[in-house]
Design a protein around this ligand. Structure first.
Ligand SMILES: [Zn+2]
Length: 235
């Protein structure tokens, strides 16, 4: 049923017939038919042939729970009551652990929401709905009605965060230039030559990098705002 331990001063008698030893460490509490036996590990071994003969202890995982004086008194006088108390205490601990886990899950869900939201939902600008701005942006793959974030970097290059119709985020050079695919570090994303921009892994990190190197920034749904910051392409 359990393996327990008591203070040496409160050691108990081993119940194995003929053994008159007292025990305090690794006290094996065994149920045999309708009675309980309190055995030292040596006598347990003698009686059952092996320390693992009865399988894992039902209470406390066989970890040698140290009993309080009160529990020690119960062990000697009313083993059944002690085991009932173990049962109740273990149930309470299980409940506590479950509640703790639940709180942790909720906390994690709360924390991960703000960082996931921008990547999962399109950037909408209030009042933009119904306006057709798609034609004014130069990317056919762009999510209709979404806004962009434009960054003018200190090296003179211009970059935009643009959301794809499939909801992926890209950092796109504007105006595009030779070698753009090798000019930003991996924290921004991976160059996607087909789209013509960096496919963003973590939008927050990518934006943080651009912001740290920018002299100007604009979040907008209006193309002329972008050209105002980054310039127009002369062709
Ligand atoms: Zn014994």
């Amino acid at each position: 049923m359990a393996i327990v331990e008591v203070d040496k001063a409160e050691r108990v008698y081993c119940a194995q017939p003929g053994c008159h030893h007292t025990v305090y460490k690794a006290i094996h509490v065994v149920r045999e038919d309708d009675r309980f036996l309190v055995l030292g590990s040596t006598c347990f071994l003698k009686r059952f042939g092996s320390l693992t003969a009865l399988g894992k202890a039902q209470h406390w995982g066989g970890n040698g729970k140290v009993l309080t004086s009160e529990e020690r008194a119960l062990l000697a006088e009313n083993t059944q009551a002690l085991l009932a108390r173990f049962e109740a205490e273990e149930a309470r601990l299980r409940e506590e652990a479950e509640q703790k886990l639940q709180r942790l899950r909720e906390e994690l869900a709360r924390r991960s929401l703000p960082t996931q939201a921008p990547a999962a939902a399109p950037f909408q600008i209030s009042g933009m709905r119904g306006m057709s701005l798609r034609g004014s942006f130069p990317w056919s793959w762009m999510m209709p009605g979404s806004s962009v974030a434009a960054f003018k970097l200190r090296d003179g290059s211009g970059w935009l965060r643009v959301q794809h119709k499939d909801r992926r985020q890209f950092i796109v050079p504007w105006p595009s230039f030779e070698g753009w695919e090798e000019s930003l570090p991996p924290v921004v994303g991976r160059a996607n030559l087909e789209v013509g921009g960096y496919e963003v892994g973590h939008v927050v990190d990518a934006i943080a990098y651009l912001r740290a190197h920018a002299t100007g920034e604009k979040i907008t749904g209006v193309w002329s705002d972008v050209t105002g910051l980054l310039g127009v392409v002369s062709s």
